[in-house]
Design a protein around this ligand. Structure first.
Ligand SMILES: [Fe+2]
Length: 307
């Protein structure tokens, strides 16, 4: 089964513009095989690979599993009639390659989630949970406000229910919640997992709706969003709090109108949890609990399809 989100590869028409956006967000970069590879500071794991291509599009998604699970996964793929693919150009070595029902390439490799090396943020809660005592908590404007990990992606899907079956029955993910019978589905990895590491939203064409980046706290989330907007990138939506996943969010658009969500405080579901799937009524109200502004009209627009 899939146990962790490792990285996402994107085709972009301008590597410099992509590099500028993600480094403005706070990621660290290096060049490998002509691709720009981006990592979160303090996290030894590639998170995004930018590949030069004719237009912005989702190239592949890299997932991690346990080494010992790979032979079972191979048998499982064969029994479901899922063919292995050749690795695409610019891909890192290793792992299995296959495609999901929308044709989106997946790389599944033996890899653990990277360790989080940056310290927990000290927060005072009412009652007994005082983690910051006799020290001022308001952050300096120049405080480090950089993503800690790539937490999830939301993929546009041409058939959400077909994709839910593929990712749960073939790859061992679990359904956490849904919006509508076929509008949005939230899937998590098979072991201990954030509420969702893959979300699916119905669209006429496949594509990437957003990448989502975990921040250390609400200050960092908002300061990072403000820094990007001040640098000229378009505000996507926020700040607010989602219902499914419960995370605080602020979305900022990349140079090709793709969304990047900064998030904090997402629900976490242990492997053995008897989590009950909730199905919300379809509609904009199911997207969020509160936000400083309502979602913009183009929040669910598939800009990859319109390029
Ligand atoms: Fe998200």
């Amino acid at each position: 089964m899939i146990r962790s989100l490792q990285h996402v590869a994107l085709n972009v028409p301008d590597l410099k513009a992509g590099h500028a956006f993600y480094t403005a967000m706070g990621l660290e970069s290096h060049v490998e095989n002509g691709s720009v590879v981006l990592r979160c500071p303090g996290r030894a794991q590639d998170q995004v690979r930018l590949i030069h291509g004719p237009r912005k599009s989702l190239a592949w998604v890299g997932w991690g599993t346990r080494e010992g699970d790979l032979p079972f996964l191979l048998d499982h793929l064969a029994s479901h009639g899922v063919a292995l693919r050749e690795a695409p150009p610019h891909a890192p070595a290793g792992g299995l390659w296959l495609a999901d029902p929308d044709g989106v390439l997946l790389n599944i490799r033996a890899a653990e989630p990277a360790e989080q090396t940056r310290p927990a943020v000290e927060i005072n809660n009412p009652g007994t949970h005082y983690h910051r005592v006799a020290r001022r908590g308001a952050p300096h404007r120049q405080v480090e406000a950089k993503p800690r990990k790539l937490g999830h992606l939301l993929k546009f899907s041409t058939d959400v229910n077909r994709d839910v079956r593929f990712y749960t029955e073939v790859l061992g993910m679990k359904l956490s919640d849904r919006i509508g019978a076929d509008m949005v589905a939230f899937l998590r990895c098979g072991g201990d997992s954030d509420h969702h590491t893959l979300a699916l939203a119905a669209s006429e064409a496949p594509g990437l709706h957003h990448l989502s980046w975990e921040m250390g706290n609400l200050d960092q989330l908002q300061l990072c969003a403000e820094r990007l907007i001040a640098a000229g990138y378009k505000d996507g939506w926020g700040v607010g709090r989602h219902i499914y996943g419960s995370n605080y969010f602020h979305y900022v658009r990349d140079p090709w109108m793709g969304l990047n969500e900064l998030f904090w405080d997402i629900d976490f579901i242990p492997e053995e949890s008897p989590w009950q799937v909730e199905v919300a009524e379809a509609g904009p109200d199911s997207l969020y609990q509160w936000a400083t502004v309502p979602p913009p009209e183009d929040f669910l627009t598939n800009y990859e399809r319109l390029q």
